[in-house]
Ligand binder design. Structure first.
Ligand code: FE2
Ligand code: FE2
Length: 277
C-alpha cells in the first residue's frame, strides 16, 4: 500500500513559519484513503496545514489514539470548521483525566470533548475497543495487552469516577497498523501501552513479523535506564527498520535510541516532515 505520512503537529519544528505544539497529529494518505491521525492540542493543526498547503477539508476520517488533550484538542474546532466525519476511537476516551506532577499538583489532561458534543457537531463515532480492520490492510488495535515487565504508562496518570480518583492505565490507548508490502507500518500517539507491547500485539494480530516502521510518540521521557535498554534490545530483536519518534519520547530517550540504533534506523520527527513508504 502506498503510504505517505505528513507530520502536522509535533512538539518541535525546525522551520518557520510552522509552529511546534505539545502533541501529535499526522495526515495519512494510504492508497485512496485520507485519514487524520490525532489532532494535536490546539491550533497548530490548522496553521501548519495551511503553511504546508494541505487542504484539511479533504480528510475523510479521523483516528483518535487515546483520550489525552494533546491528541484530541483540535477535534471540535475541526468538526466545527469542516463538518462531521467518521471518528474512530476507543470507547474509553471520555473520563476526566489528570496527571499528578512532582510535588503533588494535579493537572487536567483529558479528552477535550464530550461524546454528545462531538455527535452534535456531526461526528459519527465508531468505537474500536478491539483489533479492527477499518479498510483492507488498515487496522486499529483497540486495547493493547500489557505483557512486558519493564514497560508502564509513562507517568502518574489518574482518572475520575464517581468523585473518586483511580490509577489510569490508559486502556483506550491504541495504534494504527498498515500492512505494507515491505512490513508493518505502526502509528501510535503516545504508546502508553508501551512501544514493545504495541509492536508485539500488531505482529501477533496481523501474523506479519516484519516491521517496516514505528511512527509516533513513545512516552519514554521518564523511562528508566533498564526500560530503555530492554526497549532497544527488543527493537533490535524485532528488526524494526525505521523508528520515527518524537512528541513524548523525550530528548534523552531519543538521543539514546539514536546513538544505540543508529542514524539509518532512528529519525527524530518534527512538525512538517513527511515520510513515503
Ligand atoms: Fe501525548
Ligand atoms: Fe498521552
Amino acid at each position: 500500500m502506498n503510504t505517505l505520512i505528513k507530520v502536522l503537529v509535533e512538539n518541535t519544528t525546525p522551520s518557520s513559519p510552522l509552529i511546534g505544539e505539545y502533541g501529535f497529529s499526522a495526515q495519512l494518505l494510504i492508497d485512496n484513503h485520507n485519514i487524520l491521525f490525532d489532532t494535536g492540542s490546539k491550533d497548530a493543526l490548522f496553521l501548519n496545514s495551511s503553511v504546508l498547503g494541505i487542504d484539511l477539508s479533504l480528510v475523510e476520517e479521523i483516528v483518535i489514539s487515546h483520550g489525552h488533550y494533546d491528541h484530541t484538542g483540535a477535534l471540535m474546532p475541526f468538526l466545527n470548521k469542516y463538518g462531521g466525519r467518521k471518528i474512530y476511537a476507543h470507547s474509553g476516551i471520555f473520563p476526566r483525566r489528570l496527571i499528578r506532577r512532582s510535588g503533588g499538583k494535579m493537572v487536567d489532561i483529558g479528552c477535550k470533548f464530550a461524546y454528545q458534543e462531538a455527535v452534535d457537531a456531526g461526528a459519527e463515532l465508531v468505537f474500536t475497543d478491539t483489533f479492527t480492520e477499518i479498510h483492507s490492510g488498515i487496522y486499529l488495535t483497540g486495547e493493547i495487552p500489557r505483557l512486558t515487565a519493564y514497560e508502564d504508562v509513562g507517568g502518574d496518570f489518574v482518572f475520575e469516577k464517581d468523585g473518586q480518583l483511580h490509577q489510569d492505565l490508559l486502556p483506550d490507548d491504541m495504534a494504527m497498523v498498515i500492512e505494507h508490502a515491505e512490513g508493518l507500518i505502526i502509528i501510535s500517539g503516545c504508546s502508553h501501552s508501551g512501544m514493545i507491547n504495541t509492536l508485539e500485539y500488531c505482529r501477533q494480530k496481523t501474523g506479519c513479523s516484519k516491521v517496516l516502521a514505528y511512527v509516533g510518540g513513545t512516552h519514554l521521557m521518564n523511562a528508566s535506564p533498564e526500560r530503555l535498554e530492554n526497549t532497544i534490545k527488543a527493537v533490535r530483536m524485532y528488526d524494526v527498520q525505521k523508528l520515527i519518534i518524537g512528541h513524548c519520547t523525550g530528548f534523552y530517550a531519543a538521543a539514546e535510541l539514536y546513538s544505540q540504533l543508529g542514524r539509518n534506523r532512528v529519525i527524530k520527527m518534527d512538525t512538517g516532515m513527511k515520510f513515503v513508504f
